[in-house]
Design a protein around this ligand. Structure first.
Ligand code: PHE
Length: 346
């Protein structure tokens, strides 16, 4: 009777498998613990006739050892599994999955390049707030009270509390606010560029966005002249668009510069011959500029009799579009990886 039961249990043990801690515990309860089947059989040993007891005892010992060996094996297997985790599933002979490198956003590439060029000419980088007061964005820059740029269609005013617009606080419409803050806080000589985000209340299209980036430049010192402005921007154009680039200045108007000029560079796509990027003129506009209006210097506590300065401002999106032949401004903010991957390694 007992012998048959032992045989049965031996096969059961041999065929058993364990893959979780719970199953291991169940195995221990059934075959090893004091309440298990094997102990139960040992208890029955007393009922066996004396002459058979020794043989049956041996069989039972074999069964007990088999159960313990198996238990030992299962425990080590489970331990190894949890140690290696998924790593044990990795096939080291397979070819490696190639690394996917991220790419730098084209606006960042161009901003860094602009900064690099001006840094080599002795300009440092200044920063200022994006939420500004009317003074720093407009008044100190000589914008007359009725200037159209102050009106709602251009400027985002900040709500003081729900529904109550405070027309004194706004999102800056250009980086020129940093010009004022810099001149207020530091004495000339000042030579700085100011990259940053600007905001204008415009409908989003291929050519306009309500958030974009500018780099403004400012140089204030004794005897700064219009020639310095021309030389600086000529050097910039050659570094940015190629050594054979030429610049031309067209008279323009900004409330905070006098005289003012729009700066064009020879179209680097067609080299001045005429193409659809330059609209067959051979020139593309890259910046607004001018000599800092004496009134603006005075507004910031700088004596216009002693100091003069020039300023310029350019759109980073515009320069990037020109440089890479990008036709739609919206691509910059859509985060389409097919667009962004084209700048890998740039
Ligand atoms: N702030 C001007 C703009 O946003 C650009 C500019 C800056 C022009 C400095 C002249 C001098 O259009």
């Amino acid at each position: 009777m007992i012998s048959e039961r032992v045989q049965e249990l031996l096969t059961e043990i041999e065929n058993s498998t364990v893959s979780t801690k719970e199953q291991l515990e169940a195995f221990r309860m059934r075959y090893i613990s004091r309440k298990g089947v094997v102990t139960e059989l040992f208890d029955q040993l007393k009922t066996i006739p004396q002459e058979d007891r020794r043989a049956v005892g041996q069989e039972l010992n074999t069964l007990k050892n088999a159960a313990q060996d198996r238990f030992q094996l299962f425990s080590t297997q489970l331990e190894e599994q949890s140690d290696n985790g998924a790593a044990s599933q990795v096939d080291l002979t397979l070819p490696a999955v190639p690394n996917q490198y991220g790419s730098i956003h084209p606006l960042t590439i161009v901003r860094r390049r602009i900064i690099e060029i001006f840094e080599r000419m002795g300009f440092n980088v200044s920063d200022g707030p994006e939420i500004e007061t009317d003074w720093y964005n407009f008044s100190a820059l000589n914008f007359p009270d009725n200037h159209p740029a102050r009106e709602m269609q251009d400027t985002f005013f900040v709500e003081k509390s729900a529904g109550e617009v405070k027309d004194d606080v706004l999102l800056r419409t250009h980086t020129s606010n940093v010009q004022i803050r810099l001149m207020e806080h530091k004495k000339p000589p000042l030579r700085s560029i100011m990259p940053g985000r600007v905001f204008r209340n415009e409908a989003i299209s291929a050519r306009a966005h309500c958030v974009f980036h500018q780099v403004e430049g400012l140089y204030v010192d004794k005897n700064v002249s219009f020639k310095d402005l021309k030389d600086t921007l000529y050097h910039f154009a050659k570094e940015m668009f190629g050594q054979d680039s030429k610049i031309r200045l067209r008279p323009s108007y900004f409330p905070f510069t006098e005289p003012s000029a729009e700066i064009d560079v020879t179209c680097f796509i067609c080299k001045g011959k005429g193409c659809n990027v330059c609209k067959y003129s051979g020139w593309v506009e890259i910046a607004g500029s001018g000599m800092v209006d004496p009134q603006v210097l005075a507004n910031c506590g700088i004596d216009p009799e002693e100091y003069t300065g020039f300023a310029f401002g350019m759109g980073i999106e515009r320069i990037t579009m020109l440089r890479y032949g990008i036709k739609d401004l919206r691509l910059f903010t859509e985060n389409d990886v097919r667009f962004l991957r084209q700048f890998e390694g740039a």
